[in-house]
Design a binder for this molecule. Sequence first.
Ligand SMILES: [Fe+2]
Length: 474
Amino acid sequence: MKRICNKTISVVLAVIMLFTAAIPSYAMTKPLWDAYWQTDEAHSGITMFPGSDESERNFTWYTETQSTPVIEIKKLGASSGNSVQGECLATKDGRYVNYVTVTNLEEGAAYSYRAKSENFESRWYSFDTEDDNSFSALYVTDVHVSYDDKNESHLSDTAYSFNQVIEAARMKNSSLSLVLSAGDQASEGREDEYIGFASSPAGRTLTFAPAIGNHDRKGIAFKTYKNFPNEQKNAMVSSYIGGNYWFVKGDVLFLVMDTNNGSGTDHAKFIRKAIKENPDVKWKVMMAHHDLYSGRIPRRESENQFLRLLWAPIVDQFGIDLVLLGHSHYYTVSNVLYNSKTVSPLENHATITDPAGTIYMVSGSLNRPRDEEEIGLSENIGIDYLTQEKIYNIIDFKDDSITVKSYTLESNEMFASYTIEKTSKDGGHPDKMTAFYQPIVRFIGTIYAFFNNIGVYSNLKEDGIDIGFFEAIF
Ligand SMILES: [Fe+2]
């Protein structure tokens, strides 16, 4: 027994040494991960979310007791820095969740931070702020960190595979600074699943921007996990666990939308306001959960038709350059689309200059690759890839281009890429409303969303999750 304890301690110490190295490497073998999983550090759920822009970051972490949370932050290598306080609230699962917002970060600087609460002090993690419009993001979807009451190790295993993907992406691109996760971070919407999602030490050096997936709505833990900037306020109908939010990084306005919510009137209003508040950004990237165009799962086509009817005109009207999606668990990239039709084809490894429409991309699920016998494929798809391997994507944002490169974890090889170039702020995208009746369609979506939320409220209640009726609907 003593030998096992000593062995475990040595492994944990090895992890600590990795964490305190000058240039940290977070690569972990499974035994090392299993030892790490036993620590409070692993279960603290520390997540760095975006702030409004590059000068801010929002933090969340969990504790067993209530106290005033503090983020200690300093320039990398400095002996002192700032202590920023936040607030601590009780969650419905019996934990406490801590929120801190750090502001006034300098451009082009390297920082290190740690989270502190009563009885908890995290390790130091480092991150960089950008000083120009070039940065890289990891785009994943349907990570599905999953709790399984019949398989005790499943939560740790699915969290580990996400850690491996994050680390592989960091090794591919050392300037990676952002994670775009297009929903279904969790499978049951449980707090311990979000804690698993946030357990990767490598992930704590990156800023996380997740969208709400349908599985995230199976519980209510996402509501207390998220710490988003610029969330939509006063929507007519919104989801209980969160809604739309935006942030700016480099020359990109990221619009993270909740496609579980059909309230088209609210969505259009939100995007219009976000663009109005950021008139000078060159690129508009939308991320949401539901696959719109792939046609991979024929049994979902009626739902997809409804979603396209609502979302395609919004994307067209506001001149969105790129839409990042998930949900189907199949990798597809559309041609350049406008008014739901192909305006120019997209081939693998192509560069498209000033596209007269939008590219819609769906990545594969990390922990739940799908392999159905009956799959379809829409004629609007330019690049597709079928695999049981874990797909991740690195997106390089620059002044004049966005390049997407797709890999699998197992092969460590790039299997697809494409580049969008714009020679001016507006590029070639028309930005007019495609039909005069769109406001009516959007309002019908809002009425639908209202009744859908009543259904969600009832389902949660049946599952023993009792939230206020008005809180659930509006
Ligand atoms: Fe999913």
